[in-house]
Design a protein around this ligand. Structure first.
Ligand SMILES: NC(=O)c1ccc[n+]([C@@H]2O[C@H](COP(=O)([O-])OP(=O)(O)OC[C@H]3O[C@@H](n4cnc5c(N)ncnc54)[C@H](O)[C@@H]3O)[C@@H](O)[C@H]2O)c1
Length: 425
């Protein structure tokens, strides 16, 4: 495979590991980020995000000079865009980052260049946002300038394994664009490459996350129903999933992150009248933080505990990562105050305080707490010693929204154990 010069725009959870991978596999990579602090960190081989295996790979890429970074693009064979594609408060797509990334590279474009959009975007973004921008280079799309969308599907925490082994969807604006993109990823991807057109690729990625959001909403609805009839939904789901054609996801305190909580809104915006189940699923999942807070308040009130303090464990949106974007835990913390609970939040992975209620001191979080509420299934939480936890608490109550602790062990330590979606015993 020919070694290329690659300019990666956006050096976050996706862009940085991708840039580092291409650099480690022999390409000449230049990473660009508008955030000077991010660029400065990377240049000095310091991480601004947590990802297993990233530190060694980044050090190797910088030391070998295969990866350079700055705040401005440079001339390259390939431009990869991995900037955010969030929604606004009104749940409509915010194209500002994609648009400014496309604008930033346009002056550098030359005949033969390939542009790959990696960000997850509403269907038609390549056609309606990217192409009109990069056409200003004067280059003809499909013959002089090649463009594709190859959505990223890695899971935070296992990014490097999955960058290599996952299948990729490659959506080219024409066949040549798709072929060039496949050739480039072949540098390290061992999974299959499935070529299609750009708009189909956009829809595929958004569909995948929508499927998962709707499935989680179903699990959450089943959890609430199970609780009313004294059934443990976790056991019920496990049993149902023994059916060869059933795969029900897990319930929890809500859905977070940059993807599953966001992407379904792209389809709702595209066609609100048709996206009925998709919209309802979003609302169901967004309602879980208040359900969790109310469940906690009800438990404490039933025990006659007034003015209670709760220790909220886990602010990241999922286990073993440091990412709090769109995390339902943040919403749970807000909802606790509506239940008139005092809250102290702790997360060993989130080492900078993101909210006022957060503390880096675990003892402080537990001090005088009536209940421990587990919101994220970090490995550290699964292994916690209930007797150590109880030392500074005023009551032995634990509410596990992720079904991640060993119930018998905590009960043996004298805890009243409540699990979301399950009756008490
Ligand atoms: N994080 C994930 O697990 C994941 C998984 C699959 C897909 N995605 C998608 O990948 C895309 C990027 O997500 P992320 O998690 O890496 O985001 P991120 O916020 O971690 O990183 C994006 C980076 O882009 C920079 N940036 C913004 N505008 C820029 C511009 N015009 N030029 C240069 N840099 C710019 C930001 O400063 C930031 O450092 C999103 O579309 C997301 O949906 C993310």
């Amino acid at each position: 495979m020919m070694k290329k010069s690659i300019c990666v725009i956006g050096l976050g959870y996706i862009g940085l590991p991708t840039a580092v991978m291409f650099a480690n596999y022999g390409h000449k990579v230049h990473g660009v980020d508008v955030n000077e602090e991010v660029v400065d960190h990377i240049r000095h081989k310091r991480l601004h995000i947590e990802e297993a295996g990233l530190q060694e790979r980044l050090s190797k890429a910088i030391d070998s000079e295969a990866l350079t970074v700055s705040t401005e693009p440079v001339k390259a064979d390939v431009y990869m865009i991995a900037v955010p594609s969030p929604i606004r408060p009104d749940k409509t797509a915010n194209f500002a980052y994609i648009q400014s990334a496309a604008q930033a590279i346009t002056p550098y474009l030359e005949a033969g260049n390939l542009i790959i959009l990696e960000s997850t975007v509403p269907p038609r973004t390549v056609q309606d946002i990217i192409l009109p921008e990069v056409e200003k280079s004067g280059l003809e799309i499909g013959t002089e300038l090649f463009v594709s969308h190859s959505p990223e599907r890695v899971i935070p925490g296992r990014v490097f394994e999955e960058l290599i082994s996952n299948d990729r969807i490659i959506g080219g604006v024409n066949k040549e664009s798709a072929r060039m993109t496949t050739d480039l990823y072949r540098s390290f991807v061992t999974g299959e490459m499935h070529e299609t057109d750009d708009t189909t690729a956009e829809l595929v990625k958004v569909m995948e996350n929508t499927y998962r959001d709707v499935n989680i909403a179903l699990a959450n609805e089943l959890a609430k129903i199970s609780q009313t009839i004294g059934v443990d939904v976790w056991e019920a789901i496990q049993l149902a999933n023994f059916h060869p054609r059933v795969n029900i996801h897990q319930p929890g305190p809500g859905v977070g992150g940059h993807c599953i909580a966001v992407d379904p809104w792209f389809l709702v915006e595209l066609n609100p009248d048709l996206a009925q189940i998709i919209h309802l699923a979003r609302q169901t999942n967004d309602g879980m933080p208040s359900y969790t807070a109310k469940m906690t308040g009800d438990i404490l009130r039933a025990k006659g505990i007034e003015n209670a303090k709760v220790a909220a464990y886990g602010l990241a949106f999922k286990g073993n990562i440091d990412d709090v974007r769109e995390s339902p835990s943040l919403d749970v913390v807000t909802q606790f105050t509506k239940e008139e609970l005092v809250v102290s939040a702790f997360d060993p992975h989130v080492t900078e305080n993101k909210i006022e209620e957060q503390t880096q001191n675990e003892e402080e979080a537990l001090m005088g707490a009536s209940a421990l509420v587990i919101l994220t299934n970090h490995d550290e939480f699964k292994r916690m010693d209930p007797n150590r936890i109880a030392e500074n608490m005023s009551h032995r109550i634990v509410i596990d929204t992720k079904n991640c602790i060993d119930r018998r062990r905590w009960e043996a330590a004298g805890f009243d154990v409540y699990i979301l979606g399950a009756s008490k015993n």
